[in-house]
Design a binder for this molecule. Structure first.
Ligand code: AMP
Ligand code: SF4
Length: 461
């Protein structure tokens, strides 16, 4: 589930781009809905038609911001779109994407997912040289660098030069009057996939968006790669090389939709295997297994199958609770969990229950769930977490809070078990995480503090 305490401001964003597709903005509307789980704070689409740019964006989910009327104001066969959660920036209209910018006598639109770790130093440098920024967003910085024409008139070279200056996580789409660009940072933190649709092309943060619009998956954009889709087809070049492939492991664990495939690994497949491996590492003396709907469903299936235990609906989710419900105190946070989740008494009463969750961040959810299950008559609650202890802050676009807010920071598993009140608590190992992904490289910084980049001034605590 998402954070129960109103901290719905802590995920990341999703981007899409269409080139040469009839009714591009209607397709983008559908693709953005498929990426809605990546952000509900705001969304927007920028399209281009006959050299003219059109933009509509607003606060709220896709269905509220982009109705039929708005889509009708976004003509053309090419467009980009964005769904957002604020990350390091504050919320507000001025930070909604896509952004429209001017470069000499031409315009371009840009939308971005991620967090740039050297943004403050690059901005300070530019401000010292007299440049003024209107929003607090990394995207404006990226666009500013593109627009400043670091490499003269050549768009490809300018975007490469801008991307090369920026360190951190970005999956970015840029639309000029006749070209759609898509690029990923050199580490490859955030996903970005390319597909074809009729004679046109689509890029999207997740393959589930390609599936929704009926596009055919071609390949993932590579870390450090810039692709340009224009009248002459697709050009590929590289703005930087890091030699690493540090896909965010939380994409596999929690963020991405289970039907997406990220760099060749099915998200559902990953989660199910992580549940199996968790069970092999830490079996539970239980009568039944339950997930916390819905994010830990795949892991719970794997855990139950591997342990030969029945998977039951021990908890149900109220889907109609407002996501923006703000709960400023711990007692209200606790009620927040109870509003979202309820135990099914007839299933858990008198049973030893193994509860599978994908992660523990502050511990609010787990603590409440243990109590709820006990209140409903469970005789034992064994908590199993399908990822390692989340103990280090993320600087790459997943704003889960400071070290002090992370329950696992500086605490042992036994300390955490006591805090959440479970009979037993176990986590998947980092080795298990790698095994489930079938990869040799991942970003695991929030689990072990091994940050793939320099942290610049972000690590000031
Ligand atoms: P907490 O209650 O703070 O321990 O949060 C853990 C719960 O939030 C788990 O059930 C996860 O499914 C979910 N979760 C993990 N990371 C995030 C995130 N960045 N944003 C929203 N929810 C999250
Ligand atoms: Fe993902 Fe964690 Fe790395 Fe952030 S620190 S990019 S959440 S794996």
């Amino acid at each position: 589930m998402g954070f129960p305490d109103g901290r719905e401001l802590h995920e990341e964003c999703g981007v899409v781009g269409f080139y040469g597709v009839g009714h591009a903005s209607s397709h983008a509307f559908m693709a953005l809905q498929a990426l809605q789980h990546r952000g509900q704070q705001g969304c927007g689409i920028a399209s281009v038609d006959d050299g003219n740019f059109f933009l509509h964006k607003g606060e709220g989910p896709v269905r509220d911001v982009l109705g039929e009327q708005q889509i009708a104001t976004l003509p053309g066969n090419s467009c980009i779109g964005h769904v957002r959660y604020p990350t390091t920036e504050v919320g507000g209209q001025e930070n909604l994407q896509p952004f429209l910018f001017s470069r000499k006598d031409s315009r371009f639109a840009l939308a971005h997912n991620g967090n740039i770790v050297n943004a403050a130093s690059v901005k300070q440098y530019l401000e010292r040289h007299g440049h003024i920024f209107h929003s607090t967003s990394d995207s404006e910085l990226f666009a500013y660098l593109v627009g400043s024409g670091l490499r003269g008139e050549d768009w490809d070279a300018n975007i490469r030069a801008a991307a090369h200056l920026l360190d951190g996580a970005f999956s970015t789409v840029i639309l000029t009057r006749n070209t759609l660009y898509a690029c990923r940072d050199k580490y490859g933190f955030r996903p970005l996939s390319l597909g074809s649709l009729g004679k046109g092309y689509v890029v999207a943060s997740e393959t589930c968006a390609l599936d929704t619009v009926g596009a055919k998956f071609i390949r993932d954009i590579e870390p450090g790669e810039l692709i340009a889709i224009g009248p002459d087809g697709i050009r590929s070049s590289f703005h930087s090389h890091s030699g690493s492939r540090c896909m965010c492991s939380m994409e596999y664990i929690y963020f991405a939709r289970p039907d997406s495939v990220i760099e060749g690994c099915s998200v559902h497949g990953f989660r199910k295997l992580s549940g199996r491996l968790l069970q092999e590492e830490h079996p539970a003396d239980a009568d039944l297994v339950t997930c916390i709907p819905e994010s830990s469903m795949s892991a719970a299936i794997g855990f139950a199958e591997s342990g030969g235990l029945p998977l039951e609906m021990g908890l149900i989710k109220n889907m109609y609770v407002a996501r923006t419900f703000i709960q400023p105190s711990q007692s209200l946070r606790d009620i927040g969990v109870r509003m979202k989740l309820s135990p099914v008494r007839s299933i858990v009463k008198g049973k030893r229950v193994a509860v599978i969750d994908d992660s523990i961040v502050r511990g609010t959810t787990s603590r409440q769930i243990v109590q709820m299950l006990r209140d409903a008559g469970a005789t034992a609650v064994h908590m199993r977490i399908a990822s390692p202890p989340y103990a280090w802050p993320c600087y790459y676009g997943i704003d889960t809070g400071t070290k002090e807010q992370l329950l696992a920071y500086g605490r042992s598993v036994e300390d955490i078990r006591r805090y959440i009140g479970a009979d037993t608590l176990e986590y998947l190992s980092v080795e298990g995480l790698y095994k489930a992904s079938g990869r040799t490289q991942l970003c695991t910084a929030c689990f072990n503090g091994a940050y793939p980049t320099d942290l610049y001034q972000n690590n000031a605590e």
